[in-house]
Design a protein around this ligand. Sequence first.
Ligand code: ADP
Length: 491
Amino acid sequence: MSEAVGAVRHTTHFIDGRWSEPGGRTFPNYNPYDGALVAQIAAGGRGEAEAAVAAAHAAFPAWAAMAPIDRQRLFLKAADVVEQRQSDIVRIMAIETGASATFSVFQIRWSANLLRQAAGWGYLPYGDVLRSDTPGRFAMATRKPLGVVAGFTPWNGAFNLAWRAVVLPMAFGNTVVIKPSEEAPISAGLLQAEILEEAGFPAGSINVVTHAPGEASTVADVFFESSAVRSINFTGSETTARILGERAGRALKRSVLELGGYNPLLVLRDADIANAVNATVFGSFFHQGQICMNTRKVLIEQPIHDAFVEQLAAKTLTLKAGDPTRPETIIGPLINDRALASVSARVREATDRGARLVTGGTAEGRVYAPTILTHVPLDATVANGRYETFGPVVVVEAVADAEEALARAQATPFGLSAGIMTGDQARGLDLAQHFDTGIVHVNASTMAGEPSLPNGGVKDSGWGRSGHYAIEDFTEIRLTTLTHGAAHYPF
Ligand code: ADP
Protein backbone atom coordinates (compact mmCIF):
# COMPACT_ATOMS: atom_id res chain seq x y z
CA MET A 1 0.00 0.00 0.00
CA SER A 2 2.63 2.40 1.01
CA GLU A 3 5.87 3.38 -0.54
CA ALA A 4 8.31 5.25 1.61
CA VAL A 5 9.55 8.34 -0.21
CA GLY A 6 12.28 9.60 2.07
CA ALA A 7 10.86 8.84 5.50
CA VAL A 8 7.32 9.68 4.44
CA ARG A 9 4.88 7.01 3.32
CA HIS A 10 2.54 7.54 0.42
CA THR A 11 -0.60 5.46 0.77
CA THR A 12 -3.32 4.48 -1.68
CA HIS A 13 -6.76 2.83 -1.49
CA PHE A 14 -7.24 -0.94 -1.36
CA ILE A 15 -10.04 -1.96 -3.72
CA ASP A 16 -10.82 -5.39 -5.18
CA GLY A 17 -7.56 -6.89 -3.95
CA ARG A 18 -5.33 -4.19 -5.46
CA TRP A 19 -3.67 -1.01 -4.24
CA SER A 20 -4.81 1.90 -6.40
CA GLU A 21 -2.33 3.79 -8.55
CA PRO A 22 -0.47 6.61 -6.80
CA GLY A 23 -1.20 10.10 -8.06
CA GLY A 24 -4.28 12.22 -7.64
CA ARG A 25 -5.22 14.20 -4.57
CA THR A 26 -3.58 13.48 -1.22
CA PHE A 27 -3.67 14.97 2.27
CA PRO A 28 -1.00 15.12 4.97
CA ASN A 29 -1.10 12.87 8.02
CA TYR A 30 0.78 14.41 10.96
CA ASN A 31 2.34 13.01 14.13
CA PRO A 32 0.24 14.33 17.03
CA TYR A 33 3.31 14.50 19.31
CA ASP A 34 5.71 16.63 17.27
CA GLY A 35 3.70 17.68 14.23
CA ALA A 36 6.07 15.89 11.80
CA LEU A 37 4.65 14.66 8.51
CA VAL A 38 4.00 10.90 8.79
CA ALA A 39 2.40 10.17 5.41
CA GLN A 40 0.64 11.53 2.39
CA ILE A 41 -2.72 9.79 2.24
CA ALA A 42 -4.84 9.34 -0.88
CA ALA A 43 -7.93 11.57 -0.73
CA GLY A 44 -10.76 9.43 -2.10
CA GLY A 45 -14.24 10.44 -3.07
CA ARG A 46 -17.34 9.09 -4.78
CA GLY A 47 -15.51 7.17 -7.50
CA GLU A 48 -13.33 5.17 -5.12
CA ALA A 49 -16.24 4.54 -2.74
CA GLU A 50 -18.40 3.25 -5.61
CA ALA A 51 -15.62 0.97 -6.83
CA ALA A 52 -15.08 -0.36 -3.28
CA VAL A 53 -18.78 -1.13 -2.79
CA ALA A 54 -18.97 -2.80 -6.23
CA ALA A 55 -15.94 -4.97 -5.39
CA ALA A 56 -17.36 -5.97 -2.00
CA HIS A 57 -20.73 -6.76 -3.59
CA ALA A 58 -19.11 -8.92 -6.27
CA ALA A 59 -17.00 -10.78 -3.69
CA PHE A 60 -19.93 -11.41 -1.34
CA PRO A 61 -21.48 -14.62 -2.78
CA ALA A 62 -18.21 -16.56 -2.80
CA TRP A 63 -17.13 -15.27 0.63
CA ALA A 64 -20.55 -16.09 2.12
CA ALA A 65 -20.43 -19.59 0.64
CA MET A 66 -16.84 -20.36 1.67
CA ALA A 67 -16.51 -23.49 3.83
CA PRO A 68 -15.88 -22.68 7.52
CA ILE A 69 -12.57 -24.55 7.43
CA ASP A 70 -11.26 -22.34 4.61
CA ARG A 71 -12.29 -19.12 6.32
CA GLN A 72 -10.77 -20.42 9.53
CA ARG A 73 -7.40 -20.96 7.84
CA LEU A 74 -7.40 -17.37 6.57
CA PHE A 75 -8.26 -15.83 9.95
CA LEU A 76 -5.59 -17.90 11.72
CA LYS A 77 -2.99 -16.86 9.17
CA ALA A 78 -3.97 -13.18 9.59
CA ALA A 79 -3.50 -13.50 13.38
CA ASP A 80 0.04 -14.76 12.81
CA VAL A 81 0.81 -11.88 10.44
CA VAL A 82 -0.44 -9.34 13.03
CA GLU A 83 1.98 -10.77 15.59
CA GLN A 84 4.89 -10.98 13.14
CA ARG A 85 4.49 -7.29 12.36
CA GLN A 86 4.31 -6.16 16.00
CA SER A 87 7.33 -3.84 16.09
CA ASP A 88 6.34 -2.13 12.84
CA ILE A 89 2.76 -1.66 14.07
CA VAL A 90 3.88 -0.26 17.44
CA ARG A 91 6.01 2.33 15.65
CA ILE A 92 3.26 3.35 13.22
CA MET A 93 0.69 3.71 15.99
CA ALA A 94 3.06 5.83 18.06
CA ILE A 95 3.76 8.29 15.27
CA GLU A 96 0.28 8.31 13.75
CA THR A 97 -1.96 8.17 16.83
CA GLY A 98 0.27 8.99 19.83
CA ALA A 99 -0.29 5.53 21.35
CA SER A 100 2.21 4.34 23.96
CA ALA A 101 3.95 1.01 23.36
CA THR A 102 1.88 -0.45 26.22
CA PHE A 103 -1.37 0.49 24.51
CA SER A 104 -0.18 -0.66 21.08
CA VAL A 105 0.94 -4.06 22.34
CA PHE A 106 -2.41 -4.42 24.11
CA GLN A 107 -4.19 -3.66 20.82
CA ILE A 108 -2.01 -6.06 18.85
CA ARG A 109 -2.65 -8.96 21.26
CA TRP A 110 -6.35 -8.15 21.38
CA SER A 111 -6.53 -8.11 17.57
CA ALA A 112 -4.64 -11.37 17.09
CA ASN A 113 -6.86 -13.00 19.72
CA LEU A 114 -9.99 -11.67 18.02
CA LEU A 115 -8.85 -13.14 14.70
CA ARG A 116 -8.17 -16.52 16.35
CA GLN A 117 -11.53 -16.61 18.10
CA ALA A 118 -13.43 -15.46 15.01
CA ALA A 119 -11.73 -18.25 13.06
CA GLY A 120 -14.08 -20.66 14.86
CA TRP A 121 -17.30 -18.67 14.49
CA GLY A 122 -18.04 -20.25 11.13
CA TYR A 123 -18.87 -23.40 13.13
CA LEU A 124 -21.39 -21.80 15.48
CA PRO A 125 -24.91 -23.21 15.19
CA TYR A 126 -26.59 -21.06 12.60
CA GLY A 127 -30.23 -21.65 13.23
CA ASP A 128 -33.04 -23.58 14.87
CA VAL A 129 -35.56 -26.20 13.87
CA LEU A 130 -38.99 -24.91 14.92
CA ARG A 131 -42.37 -26.46 15.74
CA SER A 132 -45.22 -25.51 13.42
CA ASP A 133 -48.94 -25.80 14.25
CA THR A 134 -49.63 -26.82 10.67
CA PRO A 135 -49.81 -30.62 10.25
CA GLY A 136 -46.97 -31.96 8.11
CA ARG A 137 -44.99 -28.73 8.18
CA PHE A 138 -41.31 -28.64 9.00
CA ALA A 139 -39.85 -25.19 9.77
CA MET A 140 -36.35 -23.88 10.28
CA ALA A 141 -34.82 -20.48 10.98
CA THR A 142 -31.34 -20.14 9.52
CA ARG A 143 -28.91 -17.26 9.74
CA LYS A 144 -27.53 -15.70 6.60
CA PRO A 145 -25.04 -12.85 6.19
CA LEU A 146 -26.36 -9.41 5.29
CA GLY A 147 -24.18 -8.53 2.29
CA VAL A 148 -21.80 -5.56 2.28
CA VAL A 149 -21.14 -3.91 5.68
CA ALA A 150 -19.70 -0.37 5.64
CA GLY A 151 -17.34 0.22 8.57
CA PHE A 152 -16.52 3.71 9.90
CA THR A 153 -13.46 3.38 12.13
CA PRO A 154 -12.17 5.77 14.81
CA TRP A 155 -8.71 7.11 15.56
CA ASN A 156 -8.44 6.30 19.28
CA GLY A 157 -8.17 2.52 19.66
CA ALA A 158 -7.36 2.77 15.99
CA PHE A 159 -5.87 -0.67 15.40
CA ASN A 160 -8.10 -2.96 17.44
CA LEU A 161 -11.35 -1.07 16.78
CA ALA A 162 -10.65 -1.26 13.05
CA TRP A 163 -10.10 -5.00 13.42
CA ARG A 164 -13.44 -5.22 15.16
CA ALA A 165 -15.05 -3.42 12.20
CA VAL A 166 -13.39 -5.87 9.80
CA VAL A 167 -13.56 -9.19 11.64
CA LEU A 168 -17.05 -9.28 13.18
CA PRO A 169 -18.92 -8.84 9.88
CA MET A 170 -16.48 -10.99 7.86
CA ALA A 171 -16.54 -13.91 10.30
CA PHE A 172 -20.27 -14.27 9.65
CA GLY A 173 -19.93 -14.17 5.85
CA ASN A 174 -20.25 -10.45 5.03
CA THR A 175 -17.78 -8.48 2.94
CA VAL A 176 -16.63 -5.03 4.06
CA VAL A 177 -15.77 -1.54 2.90
CA ILE A 178 -13.85 0.43 5.49
CA LYS A 179 -13.69 4.21 5.75
CA PRO A 180 -10.96 4.92 8.28
CA SER A 181 -10.85 8.03 10.41
CA GLU A 182 -8.91 10.80 8.64
CA GLU A 183 -6.87 11.10 11.88
CA ALA A 184 -5.51 7.54 11.62
CA PRO A 185 -6.00 6.12 8.13
CA ILE A 186 -3.01 3.78 8.36
CA SER A 187 -3.67 2.27 11.80
CA ALA A 188 -7.46 2.23 11.37
CA GLY A 189 -7.83 0.58 7.95
CA LEU A 190 -4.81 0.42 5.65
CA LEU A 191 -2.78 -1.85 7.95
CA GLN A 192 -5.72 -4.24 8.19
CA ALA A 193 -5.94 -4.40 4.38
CA GLU A 194 -2.19 -5.07 4.10
CA ILE A 195 -2.39 -7.88 6.65
CA LEU A 196 -5.42 -9.57 5.09
CA GLU A 197 -3.80 -9.28 1.67
CA GLU A 198 -0.69 -11.00 3.01
CA ALA A 199 -2.85 -13.68 4.66
CA GLY A 200 -4.47 -14.42 1.26
CA PHE A 201 -8.02 -13.13 1.73
CA PRO A 202 -9.94 -13.09 -1.58
CA ALA A 203 -10.06 -9.91 -3.67
CA GLY A 204 -12.98 -7.66 -2.74
CA SER A 205 -13.66 -9.26 0.65
CA ILE A 206 -12.08 -6.19 2.34
CA ASN A 207 -11.82 -2.77 0.69
CA VAL A 208 -10.48 0.45 2.21
CA VAL A 209 -11.11 3.99 0.96
CA THR A 210 -9.35 6.93 2.67
CA HIS A 211 -10.51 10.53 2.49
CA ALA A 212 -9.34 14.02 3.38
CA PRO A 213 -10.53 15.84 6.52
CA GLY A 214 -14.01 17.24 6.04
CA GLU A 215 -14.82 14.81 3.22
CA ALA A 216 -16.17 11.85 5.20
CA SER A 217 -19.70 12.48 4.04
CA THR A 218 -18.74 12.28 0.33
CA VAL A 219 -17.67 8.68 0.88
CA ALA A 220 -20.51 8.01 3.31
CA ASP A 221 -23.11 9.26 0.77
CA VAL A 222 -22.19 6.36 -1.52
CA PHE A 223 -22.66 3.84 1.29
CA PHE A 224 -26.10 5.18 2.13
CA GLU A 225 -27.20 5.34 -1.51
CA SER A 226 -26.02 1.85 -2.46
CA SER A 227 -28.55 -0.97 -2.18
CA ALA A 228 -25.63 -3.43 -1.82
CA VAL A 229 -24.62 -1.91 1.54
CA ARG A 230 -26.89 -3.52 4.14
CA SER A 231 -25.43 -2.22 7.38
CA ILE A 232 -23.61 0.84 8.71
CA ASN A 233 -21.10 -0.20 11.37
CA PHE A 234 -19.89 2.89 13.21
CA THR A 235 -17.50 3.47 16.12
CA GLY A 236 -17.10 7.08 17.16
CA SER A 237 -18.78 10.04 18.78
CA GLU A 238 -22.41 10.30 19.73
CA THR A 239 -22.75 13.50 17.67
CA THR A 240 -21.71 11.81 14.42
CA ALA A 241 -23.72 8.70 15.34
CA ARG A 242 -26.91 10.74 15.48
CA ILE A 243 -26.30 11.91 11.89
CA LEU A 244 -25.40 8.45 10.61
CA GLY A 245 -28.16 6.67 12.56
CA GLU A 246 -30.75 9.04 11.12
CA ARG A 247 -29.44 8.49 7.60
CA ALA A 248 -29.43 4.71 8.10
CA GLY A 249 -33.03 4.91 9.25
CA ARG A 250 -34.08 6.89 6.18
CA ALA A 251 -32.24 4.44 3.90
CA LEU A 252 -33.74 1.47 5.83
CA LYS A 253 -30.33 0.03 6.56
CA ARG A 254 -29.32 -1.70 9.74
CA SER A 255 -26.79 0.04 11.95
CA VAL A 256 -24.39 -0.82 14.75
CA LEU A 257 -23.33 2.21 16.80
CA GLU A 258 -20.48 1.89 19.30
CA LEU A 259 -20.25 5.24 21.05
CA GLY A 260 -18.78 6.96 24.07
CA GLY A 261 -19.45 6.64 27.75
CA TYR A 262 -19.30 8.46 31.06
CA ASN A 263 -17.99 5.54 33.05
CA PRO A 264 -18.19 5.62 36.86
CA LEU A 265 -16.11 3.61 39.32
CA LEU A 266 -17.80 3.09 42.69
CA VAL A 267 -15.38 2.60 45.58
CA LEU A 268 -17.14 1.28 48.68
CA ARG A 269 -15.72 1.73 52.17
CA ASP A 270 -14.77 -1.96 52.41
CA ALA A 271 -12.68 -1.84 49.22
CA ASP A 272 -8.94 -2.47 49.12
CA ILE A 273 -7.69 1.07 48.56
CA ALA A 274 -4.49 0.11 46.72
CA ASN A 275 -6.51 -2.04 44.33
CA ALA A 276 -8.99 0.81 43.76
CA VAL A 277 -6.11 3.24 43.11
CA ASN A 278 -4.57 0.91 40.52
CA ALA A 279 -7.95 0.44 38.83
CA THR A 280 -8.44 4.22 38.68
CA VAL A 281 -4.99 5.13 37.38
CA PHE A 282 -5.22 2.55 34.62
CA GLY A 283 -8.92 3.16 33.96
CA SER A 284 -8.68 6.94 33.76
CA PHE A 285 -5.30 7.49 32.14
CA PHE A 286 -4.75 4.58 29.71
CA HIS A 287 -4.19 6.11 26.25
CA GLN A 288 -4.35 9.51 27.97
CA GLY A 289 -8.10 9.09 28.55
CA GLN A 290 -9.05 8.78 24.89
CA ILE A 291 -10.88 5.45 25.10
CA CYS A 292 -14.66 5.13 25.36
CA MET A 293 -14.35 2.87 28.45
CA ASN A 294 -12.00 5.14 30.46
CA THR A 295 -13.13 5.92 34.01
CA ARG A 296 -14.42 9.50 34.08
CA LYS A 297 -15.60 9.67 37.69
CA VAL A 298 -14.81 7.90 40.96
CA LEU A 299 -17.68 7.87 43.47
CA ILE A 300 -16.13 7.00 46.80
CA GLU A 301 -17.56 6.61 50.28
CA GLN A 302 -16.58 9.54 52.47
CA PRO A 303 -14.58 7.66 55.17
CA ILE A 304 -11.91 6.52 52.68
CA HIS A 305 -11.97 9.57 50.36
CA ASP A 306 -8.90 11.37 51.68
CA ALA A 307 -6.68 8.27 51.93
CA PHE A 308 -7.71 7.26 48.41
CA VAL A 309 -7.00 10.69 46.90
CA GLU A 310 -3.59 10.82 48.55
CA GLN A 311 -2.56 7.41 47.17
CA LEU A 312 -4.12 8.16 43.79
CA ALA A 313 -2.10 11.37 43.48
CA ALA A 314 1.13 9.62 44.50
CA LYS A 315 0.74 6.91 41.86
CA THR A 316 -0.40 9.38 39.18
CA LEU A 317 2.72 11.47 39.67
CA THR A 318 4.88 8.45 38.77
CA LEU A 319 3.41 8.18 35.23
CA LYS A 320 5.92 9.15 32.55
CA ALA A 321 4.52 11.57 30.00
CA GLY A 322 5.98 12.62 26.66
CA ASP A 323 7.15 11.04 23.41
CA PRO A 324 5.15 7.85 22.74
CA THR A 325 8.02 6.31 20.75
CA ARG A 326 9.95 6.01 24.05
CA PRO A 327 9.12 2.64 25.63
CA GLU A 328 8.72 4.06 29.16
CA THR A 329 6.09 6.63 28.14
CA ILE A 330 2.61 6.00 29.52
CA ILE A 331 0.97 9.36 28.73
CA GLY A 332 1.40 10.45 25.12
CA PRO A 333 -0.16 13.39 23.27
CA LEU A 334 -3.83 14.12 22.69
CA ILE A 335 -4.82 13.55 19.09
CA ASN A 336 -4.99 17.20 17.96
CA ASP A 337 -5.21 20.83 19.07
CA ARG A 338 -9.01 20.75 19.16
CA ALA A 339 -8.90 17.91 21.70
CA LEU A 340 -6.29 19.73 23.78
CA ALA A 341 -8.32 22.95 23.81
CA SER A 342 -11.49 21.11 24.84
CA VAL A 343 -9.84 19.18 27.70
CA SER A 344 -8.01 22.28 29.00
CA ALA A 345 -11.17 24.41 28.86
CA ARG A 346 -13.21 21.89 30.84
CA VAL A 347 -10.59 21.56 33.57
CA ARG A 348 -10.30 25.36 33.73
CA GLU A 349 -14.08 25.74 33.95
CA ALA A 350 -14.13 23.33 36.92
CA THR A 351 -11.26 25.01 38.79
CA ASP A 352 -12.67 28.48 38.09
CA ARG A 353 -15.83 27.28 39.83
CA GLY A 354 -14.03 25.99 42.91
CA ALA A 355 -12.83 22.51 42.04
CA ARG A 356 -9.52 21.45 43.61
CA LEU A 357 -6.76 20.43 41.26
CA VAL A 358 -4.93 17.56 42.99
CA THR A 359 -2.56 16.80 40.09
CA GLY A 360 -2.19 17.93 36.48
CA GLY A 361 -4.05 20.72 34.76
CA THR A 362 -1.03 21.59 32.62
CA ALA A 363 0.16 20.71 29.12
CA GLU A 364 3.47 20.47 27.32
CA GLY A 365 2.74 20.65 23.65
CA ARG A 366 -0.23 18.31 23.18
CA VAL A 367 0.76 16.16 26.18
CA TYR A 368 -1.77 16.92 28.90
CA ALA A 369 -0.69 15.91 32.40
CA PRO A 370 -2.85 13.30 34.13
CA THR A 371 -5.32 15.34 36.14
CA ILE A 372 -7.28 14.58 39.32
CA LEU A 373 -10.10 16.92 40.36
CA THR A 374 -12.02 16.90 43.64
CA HIS A 375 -14.82 19.11 45.00
CA VAL A 376 -16.09 19.71 41.45
CA PRO A 377 -19.51 21.41 41.19
CA LEU A 378 -21.96 18.70 40.11
CA ASP A 379 -23.10 20.68 37.08
CA ALA A 380 -19.59 21.47 35.74
CA THR A 381 -19.11 20.10 32.20
CA VAL A 382 -16.46 17.63 33.31
CA ALA A 383 -18.67 16.25 36.10
CA ASN A 384 -22.29 16.41 34.99
CA GLY A 385 -22.26 13.12 33.06
CA ARG A 386 -23.57 14.63 29.83
CA TYR A 387 -20.20 15.06 28.09
CA GLU A 388 -17.30 12.69 27.65
CA THR A 389 -14.07 14.59 28.36
CA PHE A 390 -11.69 12.72 26.06
CA GLY A 391 -8.48 13.26 27.98
CA PRO A 392 -6.56 12.19 31.11
CA VAL A 393 -8.92 13.76 33.63
CA VAL A 394 -10.72 12.06 36.51
CA VAL A 395 -13.25 13.56 38.90
CA VAL A 396 -13.32 12.11 42.44
CA GLU A 397 -16.58 12.65 44.33
CA ALA A 398 -17.28 11.74 47.97
CA VAL A 399 -20.65 10.10 48.67
CA ALA A 400 -22.44 9.11 51.88
CA ASP A 401 -23.14 5.49 50.90
CA ALA A 402 -23.44 3.00 48.06
CA GLU A 403 -27.02 4.02 47.30
CA GLU A 404 -25.99 7.64 46.73
CA ALA A 405 -23.06 6.46 44.62
CA LEU A 406 -25.36 4.36 42.45
CA ALA A 407 -27.87 7.18 42.02
CA ARG A 408 -25.13 9.62 40.96
CA ALA A 409 -23.50 7.04 38.69
CA GLN A 410 -26.78 6.57 36.88
CA ALA A 411 -27.33 10.30 36.31
CA THR A 412 -25.98 10.22 32.76
CA PRO A 413 -27.48 9.61 29.35
CA PHE A 414 -24.56 7.27 28.57
CA GLY A 415 -24.55 3.56 29.42
CA LEU A 416 -21.30 1.91 28.45
CA SER A 417 -19.19 0.64 31.36
CA ALA A 418 -19.08 0.84 35.16
CA GLY A 419 -16.94 -0.60 37.94
CA ILE A 420 -17.52 -1.41 41.61
CA MET A 421 -14.68 -1.92 44.08
CA THR A 422 -15.75 -3.71 47.26
CA GLY A 423 -14.56 -6.35 49.72
CA ASP A 424 -18.03 -7.92 49.63
CA GLN A 425 -18.31 -9.79 46.35
CA ALA A 426 -21.97 -10.73 46.82
CA ARG A 427 -22.91 -7.09 47.43
CA GLY A 428 -20.88 -6.08 44.39
CA LEU A 429 -22.76 -8.53 42.19
CA ASP A 430 -26.06 -7.34 43.60
CA LEU A 431 -25.24 -3.67 42.96
CA ALA A 432 -24.08 -4.54 39.45
CA GLN A 433 -27.59 -5.68 38.56
CA HIS A 434 -28.89 -2.14 39.18
CA PHE A 435 -26.65 -0.47 36.57
CA ASP A 436 -28.11 0.75 33.33
CA THR A 437 -24.92 0.03 31.36
CA GLY A 438 -23.83 -2.59 28.85
CA ILE A 439 -20.88 -3.60 31.05
CA VAL A 440 -20.23 -3.74 34.83
CA HIS A 441 -16.97 -5.00 36.31
CA VAL A 442 -16.91 -5.92 40.01
CA ASN A 443 -13.44 -5.39 41.48
CA ALA A 444 -11.87 -4.27 38.20
CA SER A 445 -11.49 -1.15 36.14
CA THR A 446 -14.21 0.13 33.80
CA MET A 447 -11.52 -0.22 31.15
CA ALA A 448 -11.32 -3.95 30.56
CA GLY A 449 -11.76 -5.45 27.14
CA GLU A 450 -11.38 -8.99 25.88
CA PRO A 451 -12.29 -9.77 22.30
CA SER A 452 -14.43 -12.79 23.21
CA LEU A 453 -16.64 -10.85 25.65
CA PRO A 454 -19.73 -8.89 24.58
CA ASN A 455 -18.63 -5.28 25.00
CA GLY A 456 -21.12 -2.63 23.97
CA GLY A 457 -23.43 0.03 25.33
CA VAL A 458 -27.02 0.97 26.04
CA LYS A 459 -28.78 4.38 25.92
CA ASP A 460 -26.57 7.11 24.35
CA SER A 461 -23.62 4.71 24.24
CA GLY A 462 -25.28 2.98 21.27
CA TRP A 463 -25.94 -0.67 20.49
CA GLY A 464 -24.23 -3.75 19.13
CA ARG A 465 -22.04 -6.30 20.91
CA SER A 466 -18.61 -7.71 20.20
CA GLY A 467 -17.50 -11.33 20.56
CA HIS A 468 -19.63 -14.04 18.96
CA TYR A 469 -22.74 -12.13 20.08
CA ALA A 470 -22.11 -10.05 16.96
CA ILE A 471 -23.93 -12.82 15.09
CA GLU A 472 -27.08 -10.88 16.07
CA ASP A 473 -25.80 -7.71 14.40
CA PHE A 474 -24.34 -9.18 11.22
CA THR A 475 -26.79 -11.90 10.17
CA GLU A 476 -30.49 -12.07 9.28
CA ILE A 477 -32.83 -14.92 10.09
CA ARG A 478 -34.49 -16.63 7.17
CA LEU A 479 -37.52 -18.82 7.78
CA THR A 480 -37.76 -21.87 5.51
CA THR A 481 -40.65 -24.36 5.69
CA LEU A 482 -41.39 -27.64 4.00
CA THR A 483 -44.95 -29.00 3.97
CA HIS A 484 -45.60 -32.70 3.39
CA GLY A 485 -48.75 -33.50 1.43
CA ALA A 486 -51.39 -30.96 0.45
CA ALA A 487 -51.61 -27.92 2.66
CA HIS A 488 -55.06 -26.69 3.77
CA TYR A 489 -56.15 -23.16 2.83
CA PRO A 490 -59.30 -21.26 3.96
CA PHE A 491 -60.52 -20.83 0.39
P1 ADP B 1 -14.05 12.32 16.37
O1 ADP B 1 -14.71 13.67 16.33
O2 ADP B 1 -13.56 11.96 17.69
O3 ADP B 1 -13.04 12.09 15.28
P2 ADP B 1 -16.21 11.15 14.95
O4 ADP B 1 -17.40 10.49 15.48
O5 ADP B 1 -16.42 12.46 14.27
O6 ADP B 1 -15.18 11.23 16.12
O7 ADP B 1 -15.46 10.20 13.91
C1 ADP B 1 -15.61 8.80 13.83
C2 ADP B 1 -15.73 8.39 12.38
O8 ADP B 1 -16.85 9.01 11.78
C3 ADP B 1 -14.52 8.76 11.50
O9 ADP B 1 -14.30 7.71 10.58
C4 ADP B 1 -15.00 10.02 10.80
O10 ADP B 1 -14.35 10.23 9.56
C5 ADP B 1 -16.46 9.69 10.58
N1 ADP B 1 -17.33 10.84 10.37
C6 ADP B 1 -17.31 12.04 11.02
N2 ADP B 1 -18.28 12.86 10.54
C7 ADP B 1 -18.93 12.17 9.56
C8 ADP B 1 -20.03 12.47 8.66
N3 ADP B 1 -20.69 13.62 8.70
N4 ADP B 1 -20.40 11.51 7.79
C9 ADP B 1 -19.76 10.32 7.77
N5 ADP B 1 -18.74 9.99 8.56
C10 ADP B 1 -18.32 10.88 9.45
